[in-house]
Design a protein around this ligand. Sequence first.
Ligand code: 5AD
Ligand code: SF4
Length: 447
Amino acid sequence: MKQTTAPRTFRVKSFGCQMNVYDGERMGEMLSARGIVPAPEGEEADLVVLNTCHIREKAAEKVYSDIGRLTKAGRAAGKEPLIAVAGCVAQAEGEEIMARSPAVSMVVGPQAYHRLPEMLDRAVQGERATDTDMPAIAKFAALPERRTSPPAAFLTVQEGCDKFCTYCVVPYTRGAEISRPYSDLVTEAHKLVDGGAKEITLLGQNVSAWSGEDAKGRAVGLAGLIRDLAEIDGLARIRYTTSHPADMDDDLIAAHGEIDKLMPFLHLPVQAGSDRVLKAMNRSHTAESYLKLLDRFRAARPDLALSGDFIVGFPGETEAEFEETVALVDAVGYAQAFSFKYSPRPGTPAATMDGQVAKEVMDDRLQRLQSALNRDQLAFNRARSGQRCQVLVERRGKRAGQWLGKSPWLQSVWFEADCQIGDLVEVELGEAGPNSLEGRVLAPARA
Ligand code: 5AD
Ligand code: SF4
């Protein structure tokens, strides 16, 4: 076994969803707590954590090519880095990665990454370790406290998924639905705000399935949690993602009309517009029930911006069924959306279904769907132009004096102002592009 010196610098590379971004931040905090510092931009790190995503194609191949690149760059620089593979590819294919890639010394699943420091000690001794256990929620308690937070912070409230959509690996890689306890979340939210967060996005693979008991022992759902978090002074905005249409209850719909701090934005994946396809996907909703649900949300909050996820080319999807997806998009008028070509994931029921759709057909459908979605995104942005709103300043723009932030509807807004990161500034939205809007500052509101 080859021993190595303890790493001084690290880099965490996160792929995929916001949950991974959150996990990546927490791993970074753990390493920092050990005195290991983030590697400066452009420099090779002594320790690299590849925080992987398994949701779509070629995930594992990407990991192997990243490992190859890192080893080569390390050799050229005279020192190969320690490599840890984390995230959902680690969970799904950890043993294979260990067997195939001697350069990897740690494989750690999404529910086990609190053990990373311990694994690191062993890796420095030349020992390789895999930990893909899925213990209930233990990791959060084992993570170090958070000291500083970005203005728009993430808070994982729920993990895992019990829905078993037939195309999806999440129930296998992230495991069963687990809700973090109410009191832990309230405490962590306070810490985020104390550390500088103005906005908190509550994260979960199926976040609306969150449930818990409040301080008085009463059963509460996501809406109850949002209501209580809205009481935190200094917290200006709350968002949540991702939801499944089956778990959106009356209380959550009402919350959108009642809680000012809950931003007018809803990411509610539908995946397809054909009821036959939805059934084959095991989605437990129809196109019509989805549209009716959106009507109820819009009745509670008329300016609600809607976002969705779509899959084209699910096995057996016909041209006419695909057109039903486009018709649904036309009916909704999404403010933004994510659309993907179906990718067969090993071990999922859809991967072995008849009628796998040819790549060229999927390419064509994706392009047509995306042009409809882009059209609506631009229309949504244009319709907001002239309106006043608050923008949370998140980072500097490319030019001096220019800043970038998010509107309540999660649009990127750039503007010129004398402000700082974390400020909430009052702007009038101006010219709108497909991905961003220009803002004219009316008043800097230092919160
Ligand atoms: N192929 C393509 N897209 C997928 N998604 C999940 N699994 C697959 C798959 N096998 C998409 C869904 C989901 C989003 C996070 O990723 O649209 O909502
Ligand atoms: Fe995957 Fe469906 Fe669960 Fe979303 S709801 S994580 S798509 S199984």
